[in-house]
Ligand binder design. Structure first.
Ligand code: ACO
Length: 329
């Protein structure tokens, strides 16, 4: 089989029911709807129920993607999950999801640590495995960030929300093709956006918890902003060049939803029209690895993607890591 006969077969997405508005955040920390809206574009986000865990979110998105693909869990050959808020430290979330879905005893693994770029990276890895082995692979991006963040740190807590998105990859007559992909890492600035607590550099301790450092996100918002615009724009140009396409050919760009102003800057940098870029940050906030697959699922559900469309995914996250992919519907 040629590469052109492999691709995305189905899409799924899920966000927990509970909606939390900016005004509600103002009851917990010294913030306001005005500040959050002006600086980020976020108006509300979804927050998982206390009984929900990462695998619950992942399972709903995965089941939707499997149904959309017409593939049963038993037919899966591999499960890849991008997350930085896993079900457990070990084993990985893929193990829990394999059991939950009733999949066979297949290869399953998590790609963690690449922050909000995780799903696009996992898509790239998954696609190469599909082509190599002619397999059906489930790729999920999921985060339950609200459980793992400091609800008293106004600089970070208002930014995030919980969600999951998934795709099924495999061989088919007319799949959504991956025309080009790219991914990169620059670890020289790892300290600018990171969670150190619990790692070997900073093992958990009682003192750490007393200082509320166990949930701390090290974070330089301005530098993250600058790098996110630069890297997402460059990665987008890279995949266009690889595929011999122009930005005018692209029907829709789906960027990681970190901040409305970052998205606007990427749009200007790529000289895109408003209608060429998908934005759902107002309703969901930053959902990490779930952001791109959730937006992809929603864009398709809303009829924003037609057969024949070129769709560009671009993401940036902790590491720094970045990744982009060009899809032909
Ligand atoms: N409500 C009210 N005031 C706040 C809040 C809040 N929630 N958070 C911070 N402030 C205050 C600060 O304390 C500071 O006050 P000071 O001037 O008295 O010290 C003031 O607002 C400005 O703070 P900055 O951090 O400089 O605000 P900035 O304009 O940089 O906006 C933001 C912060 C929105 C996080 C911005 O830097 C940003 O968008 N960064 C990139 C996105 C990002 O980092 N997302 C996180 C995940 S990473 C990713 O997804 C790639």
């Amino acid at each position: 089989m040629t590469r052109s006969r492999f691709g995305i077969l189905g899409f799924g997405g899920y966000a927990p029911e509970r909606v939390m508005t900016n005004d509600e955040w103002a009851e917990y920390v010294d913030t306001s709807d005005e500040w959050i809206t002006a600086r980020t574009g976020i108006k509300r986000r979804r927050v998982a129920d206390d009984r929900e865990t990462t695998v619950d979110l992942a399972a709903v998105a995965a089941e939707k993607a499997l149904a959309d693909a017409g593939v049963s869990a038993a037919e899966l050959d591999e499960i890849v999950i991008a997350t930085d808020t896993p079900e457990a430290y070990a084993p990985d979330t893929a193990a829990f999801l394999q059991h939950r879905l009733g999949a066979g005893e297949v290869t399953g693994y998590d790609l963690g640590g690449s922050g909000c770029a995780g799903f696009v990276l996992a898509l790239d890895v998954g696609m190469s495995r599909v082509v190599q082995r002619s397999r059906r692979i489930l790729v999920v991006g999921v985060e339950l960030i609200t459980r793992m963040m400091d609800w008293s740190d106004r600089a970070t807590c208002v930014l995030f929300g919980d969600a999951a998105g998934a795709v099924v990859l495999g061989p088919a007559e007319a799949p959504v093709e991956l025309l080009a992909s790219t991914a990169g890492t620059d670890g020289s600035q790892a300290d600018i956006l990171a969670r150190f607590a619990g790692g070997t550099r900073k093992p958990f301790s009682l003192e750490m918890a007393e200082r509320r450092e166990h949930l701390e996100i090290a974070f330089n918002g301005r530098e993250v902003f600058r790098q996110a615009v630069k890297r997402m724009s460059e990665a987008s140009r890279d995949v266009l060049e690889q595929a011999g396409k122009r930005i005018e050919d692209v029907a829709l760009v789906i960027p990681h939803q970190a901040n409305r102003r970052i998205i606007d800057s990427v749009r200007k940098s790529l000289r895109l029209g408003e209608e060429q870029i998908y934005v759902n940050i107002e309703d969901y906030g930053n959902t990490g690895s779930a952001s791109v697959p959730l937006a992809l699922f929603q864009a398709r559900e809303e009829g924003r993607i037609e057969p024949g469309d070129l769709v560009l995914l671009t993401a940036f996250g902790a590491g720094f890591h970045w990744a982009a992919a060009l899809l032909q519907f």
